[in-house]
Design a protein around this ligand. Structure first.
Ligand SMILES: Cc1cc2nc3c(=O)[nH]c(=O)nc-3n(C[C@H](O)[C@H](O)[C@H](O)COP(=O)(O)OP(=O)(O)OC[C@H]3O[C@@H](n4cnc5c(N)ncnc54)[C@H](O)[C@@H]3O)c2cc1C
Length: 409
C-alpha cells in the first residue's frame, strides 16, 4: 500500500505564491505541506511589491528580510514615447504626495524566493512540511483532497491550494475552465548598471507603440532592472545581441536618461498572454496566483494580486474557524470574494496594454486624457496613485497600515 500522510492543507506549487501561502497557513495554526521542487534560482525577473502587500508581509513577519534585499520605489515617472498625435504629458507620482515613504520595494525574484524559503525553514516542522517533488495527480472528493506524488506517496488534505502556475493540475482536477488570450508582444527582462546617473529610487516607464519600457531600481543606487515589451521578433533580435550592442540599443531606447548602460545579466524573454479562471474554487480546493489569473507585466500587479488572494483566504478561514479549512462555505466565500479584484485588475492591465498597441485613437485618447487629468486635478492624482497600488477595498487600509508601520520602524 502506498505511503499516506494527512495534513489540514496541501499547497501545490513552490514559487513565491506557494511559499507565502504555506507560511500563512502554518501561522493560522493549520498543519500544512508545501509541495513542489526547489526554486532553480535562474529567474531573471524582479517583482515590485506595492501597497497592501507591504503590511500584509509585515503581518507574517516576512517584510524586513524582503525589504533588506530590495530597493525602495519612491517616484513613478510615466513618459509618452509613442510618437502619436495624442501625446500624454510626462507624469511623475511621488509617494510623499500620499504620505508614504515609498510605494513599495522592487526585489530580485531569486532573492525573494530564497528569503521566503529561509523563513519557511524556521517554521515549526510540526506545522509546515516540505515535499520537494512534483505532484503527479490530484483527486478532489467531498471530504478531502488526495495528492499523489511522483514517488507514489499520497497526501490527504482538507484543502488543496493551487499555487502550481498556469498549467495547474489542481485546477484541472477541479474541472475549472480558463479564458485564455495572447498578445503580439514579448517582455525582455535584463538588469543594467548605469554608474554615471543614480536612479534616485524612481521607476521610469516609457510608453511605446509596442508596450512599456520600464526601468525599476534594482540592487543599489546605480543598477536598474528593465522590462522591455516589444514584438516577438524584436525580443528575439535583442536577446541575440552581444551585451555591448544591447547596452547601446537600450540606452537609445531610454533616451540616455541614465547615461551609458552596461548589461549585467543574461536577457530572458516572456511571451505575453492573459488568462483568468471561470471560477476560483472547486471541491476542497481554491485557486491562487497564476493558476487563477495571469496578465502582462504592466503596472507590477501579478504577485501583488496573489498576495491579496492569500490574505483573503486567511481571513475567510479565520472567520469560519480553522477546524475545516476546506469546507464548502470557506472555498465558496473565498471564490466569490476574489472576483471583483481579479477581474478589475485583469481588465485594467488589458486596457492599458491595448491603449498602447492599438492603432485606434479612442484608447490612446482615453489614456492621454486620463494622465492629463491626473496631472491637473490633485484629488484625481491621489486616487490614481492609490488605485495603482491596490484593490479599491484595500486602498484606505493599506495606506493607513503602511503609514503606521513607517512610524514604528
Ligand atoms: C516580466 C515579468 C515581470 C513581472 N513583474 C512583476 C512585478 O513587478 N510585480 C508583481 O506583482 N508581479 C510581477 N510579475 C508577475 C509575477 O512574476 C508572477 O505573478 C509570479 O512570479 C508568479 O509566481 P507564482 O508562485 O504564482 O508562480 P510560479 O513562479 O510559476 O510558480 C509555480 C510553481 O509551481 C510549481 N509546480 C508546477 N506544477 C507543479 C506540480 N504538478 N507539483 C508541484 N509543483 C508544481 C513550479 O515548479 C513552480 O515552482 C511579473 C511577471 C513577468 C513575466
Amino acid at each position: 500500500m502506498s505511503h499516506m500522510r494527512k495534513v489540514d492543507v496541501a499547497v501545490v506549487g513552490s514559487g513565491p505564491a506557494g511559499h507565502v501561502a504555506a507560511i500563512q497557513m502554518a501561522k493560522l495554526g493549520l498543519s500544512c505541506v508545501l509541495i513542489g521542487p526547489e526554486h532553480s534560482g535562474e529567474d531573471g525577473r524582479t517583482t515590485a511589491l506595492l501597497g497592501s502587500s507591504v503590511p500584509y508581509l509585515q503581518s507574517l513577519g516576512l517584510w524586513d528580510a524582503i525589504a533588506a534585499e530590495g530597493q525602495a520605489l519612491r517616484v513613478m515617472r510615466l513618459i509618452d514615447d509613442t510618437g502619436r498625435l495624442f501625446k500624454a504629458p510626462t507624469t511623475e507620482f511621488d509617494s510623499s504626495e500620499i504620505e508614504l515613504d515609498a510605494f513599495g520595494y522592487n526585489i530580485d525574484n531569486n532573492r525573494l524566493v530564497a528569503t521566503l524559503h529561509a523563513a519557511l525553514e524556521v517554521q515549526d516542522p510540526e506545522h509546515l512540511i516540505q515535499d520537494k517533488q512534483f505532484a503527479r495527480s490530484v483527486r478532489l472528493e467531498h471530504d478531502e483532497a488526495r495528492i499523489e506524488m511522483e514517488d507514489g506517496s499520497i497526501w490527504q488534505a482538507r484543502l488543496a491550494i493551487a499555487a502550481d502556475g498556469r498549467k495547474s493540475i489542481v485546477r484541472d482536477a477541479a474541472g475549472i475552465e480558463m479564458r485564455k488570450w495572447t498578445y503580439p508582444q514579448t517582455a525582455l527582462v535584463v538588469n543594467l548598471h548605469h554608474p554615471s546617473t543614480p536612479h534616485n529610487n524612481a521607476s521610469t516607464e516609457f510608453h511605446t507603440k509596442t508596450g512599456p519600457f520600464t526601468l525599476v531600481p534594482y540592487r543599489d543606487g546605480v543598477t536598474s532592472s528593465l522590462v522591455c515589451v516589444v514584438s516577438d521578433d524584436d525580443a528575439e533580435r535583442l536577446k541575440g545581441m552581444s551585451r555591448q550592442a544591447l547596452a547601446l540599443e537600450l540606452e537609445q531606447r531610454a533616451h540616455s536618461i541614465y547615461g551609458a548602460f552596461s548589461v549585467i545579466s543574461d536577457p530572458q524573454t516572456f511571451p505575453l498572454s492573459g488568462m483568468i479562471a471561470k471560477s476560483f474554487y472547486g471541491p476542497r480546493s481554491v485557486l491562487i496566483a497564476e493558476s487563477a489569473h495571469a496578465f502582462p507585466p504592466i503596472g507590477a500587479q501579478g504577485l501583488n494580486l496573489t498576495l491579496r488572494d492569500i490574505a483573503t483566504l486567511a481571513d475567510v478561514i479565520r472567520e469560519n474557524g480553522i477546524e475545516d479549512p476546506g469546507a464548502e462555505e470557506v472555498v465558496q466565500t473565498y471564490g466569490h470574494s476574489r472576483r471583483s479584484d481579479i477581474w478589475s485588475r485583469t481588465a485594467g492591465v488589458h486596457m492599458l496594454n491595448m491603449s498602447l498597441i492599438s492603432a485606434l485613437p479612442l484608447g490612446q485618447g482615453a489614456r492621454t486624457a486620463g494622465l492629463a487629468l491626473a496631472n491637473m486635478v490633485p484629488s484625481l492624482r491621489k486616487l490614481t496613485m492609490k488605485a495603482g497600488l491596490d484593490a479599491p477595498t484595500k486602498i484606505g487600509w493599506s495606506a493607513d497600515a503602511m503609514r503606521k508601520s513607517e512610524k514604528h520602524s
